[in-house]
Design a protein around this ligand. Structure first.
Ligand code: PMP
Ligand code: GLU
Length: 426
């Protein structure tokens, strides 16, 4: 099997996003050079496209954004209401309310990771936590290795920090797990950051204990690299898949590993913006300082919602996970029946990530040829009002991403329309 060696993804806007760069709105406005290589978030852009079409009255079925269609658990909503009436309306410590920091520490203590309170920083979402790590460790000219396919925002966050993203690619045949020799080929003495994400957005791949041991073996050879383990999908596991944290298999990497997580996915709190990072004291202090000079604390009542989420009845989360598992089986089974499509069986997160390259080169009913996943996504969007995210912004141009954090009726309608759309390709 050929080894896919790392490629720098320098300076290219992900295709499949047609939002104009910000400068287009104000031609006379000169913006910072650092924005010249940064693209808008493709997932958020596609979700906006779906909203715009809906507003125009189109019967849109959107499988774009990775956000549960469930509401947060009732006890979380109640805790937020109560926090408001109890006076949680003022600034909190930048890194989080002591109540929440304690609960986060207890959460990790249960997993065998003992943390001091100054090893925790609470942010307005996990995205901010990743951003703060990048800003705290990267200098211009540094390299940051992203295990691909990757969540769209990692390379752009790295570019905002004026460093260069480098990808190490895991293939569908390997369950989207990056082989150690591929990771090793991507790492250099300029690598200052490595980002792992298991379970993975967009693939649904989950790193096993053996995979993580092999990954850790490589990481040990690069002592200058800080590691982000983005574990935001750690509860979204199916068919016996296990969440293993890098630190469980490699506690010796603790002094340079930051674990990122949050409430957005597990507790269906995407719009409430609550995430955190835990890691080495010096780095957490730097992130705290950056946050103190940018956004300050995450919203105070939402932090109390986070306390309730992490300590409350797990029933609502379990019911949501059971629904997601049913949908996962439904969507994968349908996709596998489409000619020209192959689909990996995702064991984590809530995305299906089929390879649609078997449809490239075919003609649409109007005679135009579907060249790539961007074209295919446009065809689905324009002719069938089905919105998916093309794979290029995830570093996987042969794929499209479908979120099944979507109600069953919407999923069914989307898959029925896709079947018709694909059948009409010649
Ligand atoms: N990491 C991954 C892998 C994600 O998919 C997301 C989704 N938004 C985030 C981080 C950010 O989560 P949040 O909404 O808490 O910022
Ligand atoms: N992470 C989610 C997604 O991939 C939410 C949107 C975003 O922040 O990218 O769709």
């Amino acid at each position: 099997m050929a080894v896919i060696v790392a490629v720098a993804v320098d300076g290219h806007f992900p295709s499949g996003v047609d939002s104009p760069p910000t400068t287009a709105y104000h031609p006379s406005m000169k913006l910072a050079d650092r924005l010249s290589t940064v693209a808008p978030s493709a997932t958020l852009a596609m979700a906006q496209k779906a909203r715009d079409m809906k507003a125009k009255g189109r019967d849109v079925v959107s499988l774009t954004t990775g956000e549960p269609d469930f509401p947060p658990p009732d006890h979380v909503i109640e805790a937020i209401h109560k926090a408001l009436t109890d006076g949680y309306t003022r600034y909190t410590p930048v890194g989080g309310l002591p109540e929440l920091v304690e609960v986060i520490r207890a959460h990790y203590a249960n997993k065998g990771l003992s943390l001091a309170s100054n090893q925790v920083v609470v942010s307005a979402g996990a995205k901010q936590a990743v951003f703060n790590v990048a800003m705290a460790v990267l200098n211009p000219g540094d390299e940051a290795v992203v295990l691909a396919p990757y969540w769209v925002s990692y390379p752009d966050i790295i570019r905002i920090a004026e460093a260069t993203p480098v990808t190490a690619v895991g293939t569908q045949d390997d369950g989207f797990v990056v082989r150690p020799e591929v990771l090793d080929a991507a790492m250099t003495d300029k690598t200052r950051l490595v980002i792992l994400n298991s379970p993975s957005n967009p693939t649904g791949g989950v790193y096993s204990r053996a995979d993580l041991e092999a990954t850790a073996e490589v990481l040990r050879r690069y002592p200058n690299a800080v590691i982000i383990s983005d574990e935001i999908y750690d509860r979204f596991l199916y068919e016996g898949a296990e969440q293993i944290s890098l630190l469980e298999v490699a506690p010796d990497l603790e002094d340079r590993t930051v674990v990122v997580n949050g409430c957005s996915k597990t507790f269906a709190m995407t719009g409430l913006r609550l995430g955190w990072a835990v890691g080495p004291k010096t780095l957490i202090a730097a992130m705290n300082m950056l946050q103190g000079q940018s956004t300050s604390n995450a919203s105070a009542p939402i932090q109390m919602g986070g306390v309730a989420a992490l300590t409350g009845d797990p029933g609502p989360v379990e019911r949501m996970l059971a629904a997601f598992d049913r949908r996962r089986r439904f969507i994968v089974d349908k996709l596998r029946h489409f000619k020209g499509v192959t689909c990996f069986d995702p064991r984590g997160a809530f995305y299906a990530f089929p390879d649609v390259s078997g449809l490239f080169g075919k003609a649409r009913p109007d005679g135009t040829v579907v060249k790539d996943a961007d074209d295919l996504s446009d065809y689905l969007l324009e002719q069938y009002a089905v919105v998916v995210v093309p794979g290029a912004p995830f570093g996987a141009p042969n794929h499209v991403r479908l979120s099944y954090a979507t109600d069953e009726d919407t999923l069914d309608r989307a898959l029925t329309r896709m079947a018709e759309a694909f059948e009409r390709l010649r």
